[in-house]
Design a protein around this ligand. Structure first.
Ligand SMILES: *Cc1c(COP(=O)(O)O)cnc(C)c1O
Length: 353
C-alpha cells in the first residue's frame, strides 16, 4: 500500500451491523468501519478503512507508559434536506496538528485526516440517528507505537478515526465548584493541546467535587487560583450586566475550543458584546452581589451549550434560575439551527459530503 492512498477492506454483507435507534449508547456504540494508518520511517503508510476491531499491542508500547496520545472530537449531522455535513472539521484538523507538535508527534497530512474522515463518514452516514438533534461523533486520535521503554519520542505512530452515533445530548443544568487547589493547565504546559494526559489529571479533582455534591469544577489559573479558565472539559462564558465575557486564550492554558470560537462570532452577530479577557473570581462574586451576574454556561462539541444552575466559591453559593436564562439557550438554538441547515450557513462552517 502506497502513501497518499486509502485502501478499503470491505466487510462481508452478512457481518454488517446496523444502527439500532432504540439501543445505542454514546461512547460505547461504534460503526462497522474505522480508519487506520501507520507512521513508519518518517512517512504515513498503510492507510486503510476496514472493520472496527481491537488493536494488538506489545506491552512495552510507548503510549501505554509515557502517554504520547492526542485526539479530536468532531460531529457530523444530517440536515433537514437530508445532506450529511461535518461541522468545521478543518479547524479540528489544524488543532490536531498543533497538539501533535506540542507532544513531539508527527503531523498528519490532509489526505489522511480530512479525506479519510470524509470517506469514512460518507460510508457510515446511515448511523446518524434520525431523531432531532442527533449526530455522529467522530474521534480521530494518534498514539505512539514504538515497543520501547526508553523515554524519548516514539519513532512509530498509529493514526485512527472511529465513529459512533450520538443522540440528542441532554445535560441537566450543572452544579459547579470553583477549584482552588488543583490545576488543569499551567503556562508553558500542555493545556492548549488535546492530549490524553490532561484528562487523566483532571479526574481526581472532579471526583472530589462530586463527593461534595457537584457535577464538575471550574478551573482557575495555576499561579494564584484567582482567574477563571474552563469548566470541566468545556470553555466557559459568563454574562455580566448584559455583556458576555470568556477567558482569553493567550496564556496557553485554555483550550481553543471550536464551539467557543463559533459562539463568539454568533453572539456578536446576535448583538451581544463579547469580551475575551482575564476574569477573576472576585469580579464574578462582586457582580453576583450587585445582582449583575446573569448566566454562566459551558461550550463544547459534545453538549454544544451546557447551562449552569449553581456555582460555588467555597461557602459562597450563586444560584441561577435556569428557566429565566436567555443567552445560553439562544446560542444553543442558533448553533443547532446552523448544523441542521435551518438557517443560512454564512460562515461556511458545514462541510457537505
Ligand atoms: C475539546 C475541549 C474543549 C472544547 O472544544 P470544542 O472544539 O469546542 O469541542 C474545551 N476544553 C477542553 C479542555 C477540551 O478538551
Amino acid at each position: 500500500m502506497s502513501a497518499q492512498k486509502i485502501s478499503f477492506i470491505e466487510i462481508p454483507f452478512g457481518e454488517l451491523n446496523k444502527l439500532d435507534p432504540d439501543n445505542f449508547a454514546f461512547g460505547k456504540s461504534f460503526t462497522n468501519y474505522m480508519l487506520e494508518a501507520d507512521y513508519i520511517d518518517g512517512e504515513w503508510k498503510n492507510a486503510v478503512i476496514k472493520k472496527y476491531a481491537p488493536l494488538l499491542m506489545d506491552p512495552s508500547t510507548a503510549v501505554l507508559h509515557y502517554g504520547q496520545a492526542i485526539f479530536e472530537g468532531i460531529k457530523a449531522y444530517k440536515t433537514e434536506v437530508g445532506d450529511t455535513v461535518i461541522f468545521r472539521p478543518d479547524a479540528n484538523y489544524k488543532r490536531f496538528n498543533i497538539s501533535a507538535e506540542r507532544m513531539q508527534m508527527p503531523t498528519v497530512p490532509s489526505w489522511l485526516f480530512m479525506e479519510g474522515m470524509k470517506q469514512l463518514v460518507a460510508l457510515e452516514k446511515d448511523w446518524i440517528p434520525n431523531a432531532p438533534d442527533s449526530s455522529m461523533y467522530i474521534r480521530p486520535f494518534m498514539i505512539a507505537t514504538d515497543p520501547f521503554l526508553g523515554v524519548r519520542p516514539s519513532q512509530n505512530y498509529k493514526f485512527m478515526i472511529i465513529l459512533g452515533p450520538a443522540g440528542p445530548y441532554y445535560s441537566a443544568p450543572m452544579k459547579i465548584l470553583i477549584e482552588k487547589t488543583y490545576t488543569r493547565a499551567a503556562p508553558g504546559g500542555v493545556g492548549f493541546a488535546k492530549n490524553a494526559g490532561n484528562y487523566a489529571a483532571s479526574l481526581h479533582p472532579v471526583e472530589l467535587a462530586k463527593q461534595k455534591g457537584y457535577d464538575q469544577v471550574l478551573w482557575t489559573d495555576a499561579n494564584e487560583h484567582k482567574y477563571v479558565e474552563e469548566v470541566g472539559v468545556m470553555n466557559v462564558m459568563f454574562v455580566i450586566d448584559g455583556k458576555v465575557i470568556t477567558p482569553s486564550i493567550e496564556r496557553g492554558t485554555v483550550l481553543k475550543g471550536i464551539t467557543r470560537d463559533s459562539a463568539i462570532i454568533l453572539l456578536r452577530e446576535m448583538g451581544y458584546s463579547v469580551e475575551e479577557r482575564n476574569l477573576s473570581i472576585d469580579e464574578i462574586v462582586a457582580a453576583h452581589k450587585e445582582g449583575k451576574l446573569q448566566e454562566v454556561f459551558g461550550v463544547g462539541t459534545a453538549a454544544v451549550v451546557s447551562l449552569i444552575a449553581k456555582l460555588a466559591d467555597g461557602d459562597y453559593v450563586m444560584d441561577f434560575d435556569v428557566e429565566a436564562l436567555k443567552v445560553g439557550p439562544a446560542l444553543k438554538n442558533h448553533l443547532n439551527d446552523i448544523r441542521m441547515g435551518k438557517v443560512v450557513d454564512k460562515h461556511s462552517w458545514l462541510v457537505k459530503l
